[in-house]
Design a protein around this ligand. Structure first.
Ligand SMILES: C[S@@+](CC[C@H](N)C(=O)[O-])C[C@H]1O[C@@H](n2cnc3c(N)ncnc32)[C@H](O)[C@@H]1O
Length: 291
């Protein structure tokens, strides 16, 4: 089915095209379902492009994506941050004020499957002026780790405040296989894990499946594999500090399943609905046992 570009996307394409003929070609390609947005830059740094994604096999695709007040560098094969993620990350940043938590150490954030680093970078950006913050982003993909660290530096964050590290959070020895300074307890654990079930992945439009990393999208046969791993991990004794928050992005129809997974591991949950009316985020806290 043809994909209709939005007015905003047409504006991006228009500003990126070097000639009317190139603009027409961009439009034709976008109607065929190529992703409309991501970078058009070649060697001269990156283009501030919103989501402009014109694929050519000869060009290393690079671009920048606004994410709240940040402009994050994006390039294939790292997932381009989505507006849905931006929305709940902003909401999470408004939930807490580090200075009010009376911690004797920096607020500790762990982001599982960090990609561009968008979630912890937004949190550091908002929270750092209000208190000390230390965030780590974990990703299995070395290209994502490199990009997230570049983004951290471009956002003015020192490696003491934000650092991305390569790691596999499905591994049984995680986080024991990480550098020593990334140690529990964590105050905030965030994740937008791969969550698309295999059947749905096979049905994805070419504009997504061909241009986005399979390892960033596919959540195993049921789409729930990563949530089960996160539930096991965060339920481990000492992994979370008292009162810690776990924030998980979910697929449009996964709220009940992910809530059940988190409940079974000893968490209370709340579901956040996004601006498009979809259940988008699970906020989980450990049960507090009285007596
Ligand atoms: C849906 S993307 C989210 C990226 C970013 N957090 C965002 O919201 O744009 C999931 C990320 O998880 C990473 N990932 C997949 N499997 C992983 C694993 N076993 N351990 C660590 N990271 C993993 C992928 O490389 C990808 O960057």
């Amino acid at each position: 089915m043809p994909v209709r570009p939005s007015l905003q996307e047409i504006r991006w394409l228009s500003s990126a095209a070097k000639s009317p003929a190139q603009f027409r070609s961009f439009l034709r390609r976008s109607f065929r379902g190529e992703p409309l947005a991501v970078g058009l830059s070649v060697s001269s740094g990156f283009v501030h492009s919103g989501l402009i994604y014109i694929h050519t096999s000869t060009v290393v695709l690079t671009g920048s994506q606004p994410f709240h007040e940040l402009h994050l560098r994006v390039h294939q094969p790292v997932l381009i941050p989505r507006p849905e993620t931006e929305e709940w990350a902003i909401r999470l940043s408004e939930l807490l004020v580090p200075s009010k938590l009376a911690l004797s150490r920096p607020l500790s954030i762990l982001d599982l499957g960090t990609g561009t680093g968008c979630i912890p970078l937004l949190l550091c950006h908002v929270w750092r002026p209000k208190g000390q913050v230390r965030a780590h982003g974990i990703d299995i993909n070395p290209a994502a780790v490199e990009l997230a660290n570049e983004n951290g530096a471009a956002c003015g964050l020192s490696p003491d405040t934000f650092k991305a590290v390569q790691g596999n959070f499905l591994a049984p020895n995680f986080p024991g296989n990480l550098p020593e300074n990334i140690a529990p307890p964590f105050d905030i654990v965030t994740s937008n894990p791969p969550y698309i079930p295999l059947d749905e992945y096979r049905e994805l439009p070419a504009s997504v499946a061909r241009y986005e990393d399979r390892g960033a999208l596919l959540g195993g046969p049921t789409g729930l594999e990563f949530y089960r791993a996160i539930a096991r991990l965060t339920a481990k004794k000492g992994f979370l500090s008292p009162g810690a928050v776990v924030a998980l992005e979910i697929g449009y129809n996964q709220a009940d399943a992910v809530r059940n997974i988190m409940h079974a591991s000893g968490f209370n949950t709340q579901v956040w609905v996004d601006a498009w009316g979809k259940e988008r985020t699970i906020i989980a806290r450990r049960f507090v046992r009285v007596g």
